[in-house]
Design a protein around this ligand. Structure first.
Ligand SMILES: Nc1ncnc2c1ncn2[C@@H]1O[C@H](COP(=O)(O)OP(=O)(O)OP(=O)(O)O)[C@@H](O)[C@H]1O
Ligand SMILES: [Mg+2]
Ligand SMILES: [Zn+2]
Length: 156
């Protein structure tokens, strides 16, 4: 591969957000969280299974013209707890921070237990205690059911 090809895998973005160090396999779930189902005018780059020194393999999502909301970052933390958010301004990384999640996740995850009161017609929001952030371990406040894998499947 020639050098320019190696360096220019993806067009640089002028302003926007790079979500880096996404757990391999979660890039499409990140797009879902961001509500990106079809292309808009903005440039969106999705890299999957990129070789990473620390993670072995990782995914990266680059979204032009977009900064993320707290709720979006909290959801990304659930499916990719090691992700880094880079805010790009004028082609440069202007801000960088690690994703984080609150200690209590309210109204964001569906309880896997069908008999849980949060899955009935009662006007009750789901609530999960965060027992561990990376790897993610959640416990339902109502029925004690835990979620440790396939987190994206339970996002509301
Ligand atoms: N203008 C840009 N357009 C598209 N992607 C960018 C742009 N600037 C930086 N990036 C990407 O943003 C991420 C963070 O960039 P940075 O230069 O901080 O890399 P880094 O030093 O490897 O960061 P880290 O220490 O977090 O791994 C990288 O994936 C990089 O490719
Ligand atoms: Mg890096
Ligand atoms: Zn429950």
């Amino acid at each position: 591969m020639i050098l320019t090809e190696m360096m220019m895998k993806v067009t640089p973005i002028k302003n926007g957000t790079v979500i880096d160090h996404i757990s391999a396999g979660q890039a499409l779930n990140v797009l879902k969280i961001l509500g990106i189902y079809h292309t808009t005018d903005a440039t969106i780059s999705v890299l999957m299974n990129v070789t990473s020194r620390n993670l072995g393999k990782k995914d990266i999502v680059k979204v032009e013209m977009r900064e993320l909301e707290v709720g979006e970052v909290n959801k990304i933390a659930l499916i990719a707890p090691g992700a880094t958010i880079n805010i790009i301004r004028d082609y440069e990384v202007a801000e960088k921070y690690a994703v984080d999640m609150p200690d209590l996740i309210v109204g964001v995850m569906r309880c896997p237990n069908h008999n849980c009161i949060s899955n009935t017609d009662e006007p009750i929001k789901s609530q999960f205690l965060v027992k561990n952030k990376n790897p993610v371990v959640l416990r339902c406040l109502y029925c004690e059911q835990t979620i440790t894998e396939n987190i994206a499947d339970y996002l509301i």
